[in-house]
Design a binder for this molecule. Structure first.
Ligand code: ZN
Length: 156
């Protein structure tokens, strides 16, 4: 879906959203500030969001010991750490491509977290929309996700 310039109400904060980003699962809009808030939540506490994105609980690989690699200086580090450092060099657009690739190979937890990082970077609306299209797809987002998210972002 394309972000729209029509004035819409953000389903999360209730303010006017312009540009309005689409939340496909909920046939409504989000403002850019709320999209970034969602990104921060995903990056900071993904394990607390499993009632919104059940596949964030997909921790099969956490049971395996994390592979390690040896750096040029002889230090042994976790592969995860090396990948995180490499990703830092990527543009936001490349991170979004990476998120889409994660989806194609079935690494959904990584895909969701990568979309969160894209949103944290507050990219242009078209790029934020690509992340939201993944996060708020009917396949990945719980039908009650929007109420849960609203409660997390704006506790009463
Ligand atoms: Zn909002």
């Amino acid at each position: 879906m394309e972000p729209t310039t029509d004035l819409a109400t953000c389903l999360l904060c209730g303010a006017g959203a312009s540009p309005a980003l689409n939340l496909p699962r909920f046939a409504g809009a989000s403002c850019q500030a709320c999209a970034q808030r969602v990104g921060h939540l995903l990056v900071q506490e993904p394990t607390l969001l499993t009632d919104i994105w059940p596949l964030l609980a997909d921790d099969a690989e956490l049971e395996e010991p994390e592979p390690t690699v040896q750096r040029a200086d002889g230090k042994t580090v976790e592969l995860r750490q090396v990948i995180a450092e490499m990703k830092r060099e990527l543009s936001v657009e490349d991170r979004m491509k990476l998120a889409e690739m994660y989806g194609e190979i079935g690494l959904i937890r990584e895909q969701l977290e990568e979309c969160g990082r894209v949103l944290v970077a507050a990219p242009a609306a078209a790029l934020a929309q690509r992340a939201l299209d993944v996060l708020f797809s009917a396949e990945l987002c719980s039908p009650r996700g929007i109420e849960e998210l609203r409660g997390r972002l704006f506790p009463a």
